[in-house]
Design a protein. Structure first.
Length: 215
């Protein structure tokens, strides 16, 4: 099985809870056999922001024109993101809720791969067809407040967004989610909340490894 792990928090594990989730997941799977693991760290990769420069590059490539340095970086970054996603059977995303949404660098990765003809397409009648129904996704998310309550759920635009993109538009099967929340809102219970969440991360990783063994 080809496993892509998208790391979307550059805070150290002692400061960032989703970084702890990433480290726990990687530690649990480190000795797994028959699991080909690729890590894509959105903060370590060269990922210029998606914008007009990329559209300029598309036009130049089509016309055989020379690209600027930034345009070439964008073309290379987009292609690498598409390549790692194409090769994956399962994609694990470890990401925080920052300011009610996902980190900008994770958004850039999504911008690179959110493409008609690659992740989805339209039929002759205008209906959208998902093109990644053969892939599976796992979400590992941390948020300091409580957003699972009915009063706050509509404000949460990280996990909801990821579900809509990867499950809804791309068609991936979301096989597991671990969300750690409330550790900043309840500092007296923070250690307990985080420890329980990391245990669930380990359980999800173990389950994935066991599935690979059974296959």
């Amino acid at each position: 099985m080809n496993l892509l792990v998208v790391k979307a928090n550059n805070r150290p594990a002692e400061a960032g809870v989703s970084s702890k989730m990433y480290e726990t997941f990687m530690q649990t799977i480190k000795d797994a056999k028959n699991l080909n693991v690729t890590v894509y760290d959105v903060f370590a990769e060269d990922t210029p922001y998606f914008g007009q420069e990329l559209f300029n590059a598309f036009g130049k490539v089509k016309n055989g024109e020379e690209l600027t340095e930034l345009e070439q970086r964008l073309v290379n970054a987009k292609q690498k993101a598409m390549d790692v996603l194409t090769a994956a059977d399962v994609v694990v995303f470890a990401f925080p809720l920052w300011n009610l949404t996902i980190p900008a660098k994770l958004q850039t990765f999504i911008d690179y791969v959110y493409a008609a003809g690659f992740a989805f397409k339209y039929d002759s009648e205008g209906n959208m067809i998902q093109l990644m129904k053969d892939k599976k996704a796992i979400f590992l998310n941390a948020r300091g407040g409580f957003y699972s309550t009915p009063e706050a759920a509509s404000m949460e635009m990280s996990v909801n967004y990821m579900r809509n993109v990867f499950g809804g538009i791309f068609g991936m099967e979301i096989i597991d989610e671990v969300i750690i929340e409330g550790h900043n809102a309840m500092p007296d219970k923070a250690d307990e909340i985080i420890a329980e969440g990391l245990r669930r991360v380990s359980d999800v990783a173990t389950k994935l490894v066991n599935q690979v063994v059974l296959v």
